[in-house]
Design a binder for this molecule. Sequence first.
Ligand code: NAD
Length: 377
Amino acid sequence: MKVGIIGSGTMGIGIAQVAATADCAVFLYDANSVQTEKSLKNLKISLDKLAEKGKISAEKSLDIFSNIKPCLDLENLQDCDLVVEAIIENKEIKTELFQNLEKIVSENCILASNTSSISITSLQANLQKPERFIGIHFFNPAPILPLVEVIPGLLTNENLSAEMLELMNSWGKSPIVAKDVPGFIVNRIARPFYGEALRIVEENLATPEQVDDAMKSLGNFKMGPFELMDLIGIDINFSVTTMVYKDYFYDPKYKPSLLQQRMSEAKLLGRKSGKGFYNYSEGAEKPSPKKDENLYQQIFMRIISMLINEAVEAKRLGIASDEDIETAMQKGVNYPKGLLSWGKEIGFSKISETLQNLYTEYQEERYRQSPLLRKMN
Ligand SMILES: NC(=O)c1ccc[n+]([C@@H]2O[C@H](COP(=O)([O-])OP(=O)(O)OC[C@H]3O[C@@H](n4cnc5c(N)ncnc54)[C@H](O)[C@@H]3O)[C@@H](O)[C@H]2O)c1
């Protein structure tokens, strides 16, 4: 299979590696050829390391690398069966690219976008053949995280999702199908993990290290919300929340945090800037949290209840199947359990009660329950 990848940045090179590992001939194009050279150089280093560690054979490492052909011209993608776009997150620039691409590729070529936040329907609406367009959303790092969200737009051919599921499976991924809603599945359901944690700190109820410790010790999360925000980048996480909030017509459930906005403004962006909620400069010590069992229980129940409520609401709206909702959070963001089964384990009535108490206390729509959650009690 011939696969075109457009954009050779973080995601593009990762997707190229995945496709090349599955023996596809990959045609990699970026408007900035220096970026392609740089990404390929880094890929070579990491493939060599994988071979040295015995994770793949030296032969496989060479095969993967030689399956990727850097292209200086978009026209070099003319024979591709599938083109995956992973360029800058800008609707106008992506639209222009796809319109140009339509003039180059064959009628049967599938066009896909790796966008995290732009509606698939809005991207396909400006194309001559919108039915062959679909979202395939990988997670960072693409070669490592197994989840791929397959997102048909309203105009996508109804057989294309099944075709993409099959293809992603053959690439060794764990694909799910999600509706074309803001944040798709993972970025929608995960919002309270960050948002509620920020809220707890903004209200001076706990410190970031206490929230992280509570979620790790009581919930078995590999990373706490603040550690994860520092890893993702405070600015990136803030912009995803802002996008979801705006695209849901300012639903208070997704209201962004002022603290996070101020941190973005101050360029306290997390690991990449050396400081975020934690200090990453050399010799800096991570503060140890003041343990408080009662407080930890409150923090955990507040955040997990918000997350489970989101998963139940996604189920109610049919954004994905129950099974896919469970897979998404475990394989896309490494949650220790699926949220629907976690809700059952804790007891949906307890989740409902926690949210009701928050609603009574704050009198905010943010804490409203999914109508389905009440029925699951
Ligand atoms: N980084 C993530 O964690 C992540 C995760 C999932 C999805 N995404 C999505 O993937 C896409 C790419 O993100 P990224 O993090 O890899 O970005 P990036 O900035 O690392 O890379 C983008 C690349 O696109 C190139 N580019 C820009 N305009 C172009 C054009 N018109 N034609 C060809 N190349 C062009 C740039 O030169 C750059 O190399 C975005 O849509 C983003 O929302 C990102």
